[in-house]
Design a protein around this ligand. Sequence first.
Ligand SMILES: Nc1ncnc2c1ncn2[C@@H]1O[C@H](COP(=O)(O)OP(=O)(O)OP(=O)(O)O)[C@@H](O)[C@H]1O
Ligand SMILES: [Mg+2]
Length: 227
Amino acid sequence: MSIVMRNIKKSFGQLATPVLRGVNAEIKTGEFLSITGRSGSGKSTLLYIISTLDPPTSGEVEIDGRKISDMSSREVHGFRNARMGFVFQFHHLLPELTALENVLMPAIKTGSERSRSDFARKLLEEFGILDKADSLPSQLSGGEQQRVAIARALVMEPAYLFADEPTGNLDTVNGRAVMNLFARINRERGTTIIYVTHDKEFADMASRRIHLVDGQVAESDPNGPKA
Ligand SMILES: Nc1ncnc2c1ncn2[C@@H]1O[C@H](COP(=O)(O)OP(=O)(O)OP(=O)(O)O)[C@@H](O)[C@H]1O
Ligand SMILES: [Mg+2]
């Protein structure tokens, strides 16, 4: 099980300005991987491509032995729902639903709400917010809201968790709490976690780093890869 990127290129707009210029990389199951690079270097673009949310202009992404381009959009949707969780900088919780209902959203979509509801509560408990299960997002702090969003991303027990600046909107204390939670999920559940960050401290928590420079993976990371 792995994600393989082969010569991924991406351009946007009529001028076809190249953003990714031939990314080759492999991510193995169980990795805790950070993606770093300057603003505009293509981090989010790459994350969306490897998580099936956006197709590359050319090149190939293979997940668990299957080329995404060979799958029908129906298959891609099914694959995404079953195998992937997403966390973004802004958590996009539904304001009229409680914390628990928000966590259960992916299960509601697939008709597995009942079988997932105990697990959803367990996640809230693990994250220290079970007492907020019936609160609306507006009644939660930013850090609590992000923990709800992470629980939502995990409720289907995905093999892969993708996160785009999950701490970008949080203060240091809450940012650390979220990153420690990620580390624990990776360690205890074996979830492969791939996250984009600007924060050096958080980038260093990864077991490996992909550093982008000008739309390509840098040969050597100027900040020094940890492992
Ligand atoms: N949908 C789009 N249409 C046109 N240009 C885009 C689009 N998405 C991204 N870009 C451009 O691609 C480049 C890389 O964007 P991307 O969002 O991947 O950068 P990033 O590394 O995530 O930056 P940041 O750290 O600021 O989030 C930028 O120059 C951006 O303007
Ligand atoms: Mg970005």
